[in-house]
Design a protein around this ligand. Sequence first.
Ligand code: SME
Length: 159
Amino acid sequence: MTKTETYRELYLELSGLLTDDWLSNLSNFSSAVFNNLPDLNWCGFYLVRESFGPNHLKLGPFMGRPACLDIPFHRGVCGQSASTRAVVLVEDVHAFPGHIACDERSRSELVVPVIANGKLIGVFDMDSPTVARFDSTDAEETGKLIALLNEKTKWPNSI
Ligand code: SME
C-alpha cells in the first residue's frame, strides 16, 4: 500500500470508530493511528486543560511508552505547535533546540494542532525511531484525520 492509501484506510476506519465523545475519540484515534501507520514508537495528545492554567499542555490519551506529563508552550516541539497553532515537522529531533526526549528512541516527530471553533484543544504528536520518517504527505493527511476528529467530536466547554 502507498502512504496515501494507508491514510485513506485509516480515515475510513476512524469514520466508523469515532463517536461524539471526546475522551473515547482521543483514545481510539491514538490507537488506530499507532496500529495502522508504520514505524511509530509513540503517538498521542497533549491537551490544554483549563484547570491547569493557560499556555500549558497536559498529557492526554496516547499509545506507546509512558511520557512526560507537562509541557509549557515555550518548550519542545509540542509547545511550538501549540503556541504557533501550526503543524511542526522535525526531521531530526537531535537538531531541534529544546526538543523534549520522553522516549529516547524518538528520532523524528510530527505535531499537528487541534483547533475547534477557534479554540486550541491541544496537539496530536507522532514520534518515530527513524530520522525523517515524516514528510509533507504525512502532515497533510494527518491534518485531514484531525479535521475528521473535530467534525465528529462534541467538545465540552472545558476539558
Ligand atoms: N518530544 C515532544 C515531547 C512529547 S514526547 O515526544 C511524547 C516535544 O519535544 O514536545
